[in-house]
Design a protein around this ligand. Structure first.
Ligand SMILES: Nc1nc2c(c(=O)[nH]1)N[C@H]1C(S)=C(S)[C@@H](COP(=O)(O)OP(=O)(O)OC[C@H]3O[C@@H](n4cnc5c(=O)[nH]c(N)nc54)[C@H](O)[C@@H]3O)O[C@H]1N2
Ligand SMILES: Nc1nc2c(c(=O)[nH]1)N[C@H]1C(S)=C(S)[C@@H](COP(=O)(O)OP(=O)(O)OC[C@H]3O[C@@H](n4cnc5c(=O)[nH]c(N)nc54)[C@H](O)[C@@H]3O)O[C@H]1N2
Ligand SMILES: [Mo]
Length: 686
């Protein structure tokens, strides 16, 4: 049998695919032409599902840690009873907020919302606010344009100037390269701004390698040059931009030389960038998520978006600001700015929340009530959240830990009870995307193996045991059968006459009301109804200047840590082609192309430290350390080292031992990349 489905990983592409199933096993995965953004179909990771789903390492039964610290299988009956006992006791003794509900980005889907509904019925819980991924950029975009959306991915082919600003599409959004190549074939110019010489830069006419965290300075100086030389779109500005006069006066002080000095990059390159933006239209700027994980990056992104506004590159084919396209987020609260704040009190139920960026510090710091138990699903905080030592310590201080997982990850190893998790092929769900504007059906194509139960079923069973109101349960939690799940999804879809399960079964469906050319109506839902270069809300909500400003990240070579400080190297921890964060690297297929972690270091930095290619080195700062083989890389900016994030502690490459747990300047994101380290040959100081 062949089925149409879609990949629910936290990835730009969100590919449509056709899967072939035989005798209850996945046999083949092929492209599905219905998604115009991913016509070539899934990447190697997508193809590796055939291995992943049937992997011998999958957790197929509930596992309980015994007194020796080993995991032993237990029945669902025992597992649910154990959870019920802890929940009842903790709620009675400390209140429901003594339980921390932590959910990560492991899989997308409408059914993910069931978890929060369960905890609401339980009487509340402690949750996390903010996000590890993208909030600084989302908030910068919302403040400026009013909404997070961008044009259809294929519109890049109409662009004459494409600027990948801190985005490595060749690895993290491979399908975008197709449209970029189409544009290049028609004579477009590609600019890449990235301290690393990535695969995305191979065909770039200009590759600027800024010092990490310094992009805001470049953007402000370019804005000034465009204004000074009259290369701005006066008509567009008059009609659609608020605060241009203040912005003009503000950036007048920023010369190209000033930016070149701060960004440690040749002035001629910044001039070239300004010249391209002055001359070439339509121009598209695509900022990645990596560069908005600094303590100054909300303001950095506001400065970069301003470049698209002053040049009138908004609302037209081939032009625009690309960051996140949330047009398919028609069901969730992600568009709601308040979703970034410590949650208010829905339905009168008190919810307390702690910062995702500061999980390790937040858990022990909560006292009223203290956190006693954690419930983790779809996440791997032991490797993915900042400052791993604090996260592990916080986990280990708790009384009871439940983790729902497919594999024995670092987080699962910390659990008292592991519940086996479904894969994308074992429960039907509706998923959106954040690059294209399709809604897609992720179909159930096989039964869950072993004793695996989807999360919604686990919640359903617990809700029964805890004696929740039956009407409440039937409203918010689907029952265990496939038909129950379908009717739950149908109810959610019923709000939209354009959508139905039947339609989604045929293939990807554009989200209701989605625009292919974003902002083509020139409607900007900001307080003023215009693009806000001057934003009162920026000051009110985040206590930053209403105008985009440049300031140093808190942990920077030019800040207090200084070039003469103990930790002179920027630790960059980007994403990589053959993993989604901490997923996939345990598979045979993936290990063939990505055998183990290494640290990339520029030969100049290596020579200064007596490090040879392949030699094992210690990477460290006051927060933690890790030990890896060095790989010399001429493509890196000197002063920066790079380790891709997502390797497990048990695989020896968990980068977050060194990262810092500060929040970004806006949006409550995690400023992972505010991280300085030193590197030495292993054993040198011992
Ligand atoms: N294959 C694959 N695809 C993925 C993912 C994955 O793990 N694997 N993850 C998905 C998710 S959740 C995300 S968030 C996205 C992220 O994907 P991207 O948006 O591409 O973000 P990153 O890989 O974090 O960083 C992109 C680039 O920014 C550069 N960079 C870092 N700091 C700076 C800076 O200060 N200035 C500039 N100009 N550049 C900087 C890094 O060197 C890196 O090459 O990818 C999604 N797609
Ligand atoms: N240093 C550094 N750290 C980073 C980043 C960085 O750039 N640098 N990037 C950050 C970013 S952008 C992100 S998005 C986060 C990602 O961090 P996380 O949100 O923790 O995501 P993953 O690492 O993908 O881990 C998700 C886990 O969910 C499990 N899973 C998958 N599907 C299901 C399911 O259906 N049910 C359940 N219960 N589990 C499932 C997977 O097996 C996996 O172990 O990492 C962040 N961490
Ligand atoms: Mo992310």
């Amino acid at each position: 049998m062949k089925y149409t489905t879609a990949c629910p990983r936290n990835c730009y592409s969100t590919c449509a695919m056709t899967v072939e199933v035989e005798d209850g096993r996945l046999r083949r995965i092929e492209p599905h032409p219905g998604n115009l953004a991913t016509p070539e179909g899934p990447c190697l990771k997508g193809l590796s599902y055939v291995e992943r789903v049937h992997s011998k390492d999958r957790i197929l039964r509930p596992l309980r840690k015994n007194t020796r610290g080993d995991f032993e299988p237990v029945s669902w009956e025992e597992a649910l009873e154990l959870i019920t006992e802890h929940l009842t006791r903790l709620k009675r003794d400390y209140g429901p907020q003594s339980i921390l509900y932590y959910s990560g980005s492991g899989t997308k889907g409408l059914l993910n919302a069931v978890g929060m509904q369960f905890w609401r019925m339980f009487g509340g819980c402690t949750t996390t606010y903010g996000d590890l991924c993208w909030p600084a950029g989302l908030e910068a975009t919302r403040l400026t344009l009013g909404e997070n959306k961008h044009s259809a991915p294929w519109d890049a082919a109409n662009s004459r100037l494409i600027i990948l600003w801190g985005k490595n599409s060749a690895e993290t959004n491979i399908h975008q390269m197709l449209f970029i190549h189409q544009a290049l074939e028609k004579g477009a110019v590609l600019v890449v701004i990235d301290p690393r010489r990535t695969q995305s830069a191979e065909r770039a006419a200009l590759h600027i390698q800024p010092r990490p965290g310094s992009d805001g300075a470049i953007a402000l100086a370019v804005a000034n040059r465009l204004i000074e030389t009259g290369a701005v779109d006066d008509e567009f500005i008059t009609k659609h931009v608020l605060g241009f006069e203040q912005f003009r006066e503000h950036v007048a002080q920023y010369s190209i030389e000033w930016a070149a000095e701060i960004a440690d990059t040749p002035a001629a390159q910044i001039e070239q960038l300004a010249d391209y933006l002055a001359r070439i239209k339509p121009a598209m700027i695509n900022a990645g998520f990596g560069m908005q994980r600094y303590t100054n990056s909300g303001q950095t992104l506001r400065a970069i978006i301003a470049l698209t506004a002053v040049t009138g590159n908004i609302g037209k084919p081939g032009a625009g600001w690309m960051f996140a396209n949330l047009q398919s987020a028609v069901f969730d609260a992600v568009k709601d700015p308040l979703a970034f704040y410590p949650p208010k009190e829905p339905d009168g139920v008190v919810r307390v929340s702690i910062s995702t960026a500061q999980l390790g510090r937040g858990i022990p710091e909560q006292h009223d009530p203290p956190i006693k138990m954690i419930w983790v699903e779809r996440g791997n905080p032991a490797t993915q959240n900042p400052d791993t030592n604090t996260v592990l310590k916080a986990f280990r201080s708790l009384e009871f830990r439940v983790v729902i997982e497919q594999f024995l990850t670092d987080t699962a190893r910390e659990a008292d009870l592991i519940l086996p998790a479904k894969t994308m092929f074992e429960q039907t769900d509706v998923i959106g995307a954040y690059w294209h504007h399709y809604l897609q059906l992720k179909q159930k194509v096989i039964d869950p193996p072993g004793e695996v139960k989807p999360e919604s079923e686990i919640y359903y069973l617990l809700a029964q045991r805890l004696g929740f109101d039956e009407r409440d349960i039937s409203k918010h939690i689907p029952g265990p059968s496939d038909a129950d799940v379908q009717s739950y999804l149908k109810r959610a879809l019923a709000k939209f006459p354009e959508l139905s399960l039947k339609k989604l079964k045929d293939g990807p469906t554009p989200a209701p009301g989605a625009q292919e050319t974003a902002f083509s109506d020139l409607v900007f839902p900001t307080p003023s109804g215009k693009i806000e270069l001057y934003s009162e809300q920026a000051r009110e909500w985040w206590d930053v200047s209403p105008l985009p400003e440049f300031f140093e990240p808190q942990e920077s070579r030019r800040g207090k840590a200084g070039p003469k400080g103990r930790y002179p190297l920027y630790l960059m921890t980007p994403n990589t082609k053959n993993r989604i964060h901490s997923q996939f690297n345990n598979l045979e297929l993936i290990r063939q192309v990505s055998p183990g972690p290494v640290v990339y270091i520029h030969p100049q930095d290596a020579r200064e430290r007596g490090i040879r290619d392949g030699q094992r080195v210690r990477i460290f700062n006051d927060r933690g350390e890790l030990s890896l083989p060095a790989q010399l890389d001429f493509g890196l900016k000197p002063g920066c080292i790079a380790v891709t994030n997502g390797w497990w502690i048990s695989q020896g490459g968990a980068v977050n031992f060194c990262s810092s747990s500060r929040e970004t300047d806006m949006g409550c994101g995690a400023a992972f990349h505010d991280t300085l380290v030193e590197v030495e040959v292993e054993g040198a100081s011992r």
